[in-house]
Write a protein that binds this ligand. Structure first.
Ligand SMILES: [Zn+2]
Length: 482
């Protein structure tokens, strides 16, 4: 969909790590401002120089970024690559998912390890690290606990560069922990510079609503959203705020999807709780109406898509700073797996509780948030902050990631605001056969994407390689007592 840009690194032999690149004449936007500048990438894969005008050195590849933006590579702080879900698995592995991420302008992903009940979290971490080896861009890992853990486990994770811990307030059968465990992990994490991230929905009340729906024969796809009302998301966010206040720690709420949840975030922040909120493009662009359509299964995610008016509220939250980051919760499935259900029945799912939940999004995040810039809802600097700088800072990757300061990793995106990109599944690189944004043409797409100085995507094509990505240990938060 992107027309090739003449003169940009056409010589394949020059694409590798180790060849200095000078990106000239672009509009550079990062934490230090919005200005016209040249950026030199050093042979060590880091930003070597950023200045109003840099003369080219002999033998240096020069990229003309005139009319385009030069921004730090995106950081997607919430992905689920090759995650087992019942008898199916999310359809992107670390190689395919990170290649797709690169094409869309994301050069770091932070994926969620899950330690299921009875499982050793450090063993689960080792499994995920092995899975992540074929990644095409850099990868960090969060840890998910599904039961109480000793403080020593939290400390051991932090030592391995895993400084954030997810807990679920929903899914009582498999993932949910009670408020006491949340408080306990918040305290342990706080002592070691870790951050608790919460899936905030009231799981027990939702379970009752789901059971009642099934008992009454309401089994269709739309019941997925009806049995997970926004009020129960708002309640859980409010409770999370109280627990964080008691623990005296910050807390990060993943995938805020609704106005009540956002109101609870604001209320917590107003009384001084350091609550950070993430939302995802699907909650900014899609609504529950999709679940009633013929391809309803393809839009099942949790929290569910909401009525359209919530989108406006979330954009407001992005503009006023009460929503802190945009991540994807990327968790794609094939159409076949969605229809056979998590129990992999040949006859298909029997009721809405068997449909695997999660949407593809790792490739389309930067473009879908950029649409807010095009529409005048947020500014260019907000886009960079929400998609790159804030997640890098929050999760201990700053300033190597999320910044273009000399010395930072040369994870650089040359963004073309005039590029038109189809969001049909066939035009994208995520390993799934359907797209929630089919039929939509995005305005704004990367021309060139560098990961640690190496070109990994050009004009909508992946030109990197599996295994280029590195596991990035993340730093604990400053001020930890441990
Ligand atoms: Zn998730």
């Amino acid at each position: 969909m992107c027309q090739p840009l003449p003169g940009i690194l056409d010589d394949p032999s020059r694409r590798g790590y180790g060849s200095p690149v000078l990106i000239r004449g672009g509009r550079v936007v990062d934490v230090d401002g919005d200005r016209s500048a040249d950026l030199r990438v050093g042979a060590d894969g880091r930003v070597a120089e950023l200045a109003p005008s840099i003369p080219a050195s002999p033998g240096e590849e020069v990229v003309d970024a005139g009319g385009r933006l030069v921004v730090p590579g995106g950081v997607d702080a919430h992905t689920h690559l090759q995650l087992p879900v019942g008898r199916v698995r999310s359809s992107d592995d670390f190689a395919s998912g990170t290649a797709a991420a690169a094409v869309g302008g994301t050069t770091t992903v932070v994926d969620y390890v899950t330690a299921y009940r009875g499982e050793d979290p450090l063993a689960a971490l080792a499994t995920w690290q092995r899975w992540a080896e074929p990644a095409a861009v850099d990868v960090g890992l969060h840890m998910t606990f599904t039961e109480a853990v000793p403080e020593a486990t939290v400390a051991a994770c932090v030592e391995r560069g895993v400084t954030s811990f997810k807990l679920y307030m929903a899914y009582p059968e498999t993932l949910q922990v009670d408020d006491g465990v949340i408080l306990d992990v918040m305290r342990s994490a706080g002592r070691h510079g870790g951050l608790v991230t919460l899936h905030a929905e009231n799981g027990s009340a939702i379970e009752t609503l789901r059971r009642r729906a099934l008992a009454e024969g309401r089994t269709g796809v739309v019941e997925h959203s009806r049995t997970r009302p926004a009020a129960l998301e708002g309640e859980a966010v409010a409770r999370a705020g109280v627990l964080a206040e008691l623990a005296g720690t910050p807390v990060y709420i993943v995938h805020v999807s609704s106005a009540p949840a956002l109101a609870a975030v604001r209320a917590a922040r107003e009384r001084g709780v350091q609550m950070l909120a993430e939302t995802c493009p699907q909650y900014l662009h899609l609504s529950a109406d999709e679940l009633a359509g013929p391809e309803g299964e393809d839009f099942v995610c949790t929290p569910p898509l909401r009525d359209p008016w919530h989108q406006e509220e979330l954009w407001q939250g992005l503009a006023d700073g009460s929503v802190h980051t945009v991540a994807t919760d990327h968790c794609p499935f094939t159409s076949a797996d969605r229809r056979s259900g998590v129990r992999a029945r040949e006859s298909g799912w029997r009721d809405f509780t068997e449909i695997p939940g999660g949407l593809p999004g790792i490739e389309t995040r930067m473009a879908l948030v950029w649409e807010g810039v095009s529409a005048g809802r947020i500014g260019v600097a907000d886009w960079v902050r929400l998609c790159s700088e804030a997640p890098a800072r929050t999760f201990g990757l700053w300033p190597e990631k999320g910044s273009l300061r000399p010395g930072a990793d040369a994870d650089v995106v040359v963004w073309d605001p005039a590029a038109v990109q189809s969001l049909d599944a066939t035009a994208l690189h995520m390993r799934t056969d359907h797209s929630p944004y089919a039929g939509h043409r995005a305005l704004g797409w990367p021309r060139l994407v560098l990961s640690r100085g190496r070109v990994v995507a050009r004009d909508g094509n992946f030109v990197g390689e599996a295994g280029w990505g590195r596991y990035r240990p993340r730093r604990p938060r400053p001020g930890a007592r441990g």
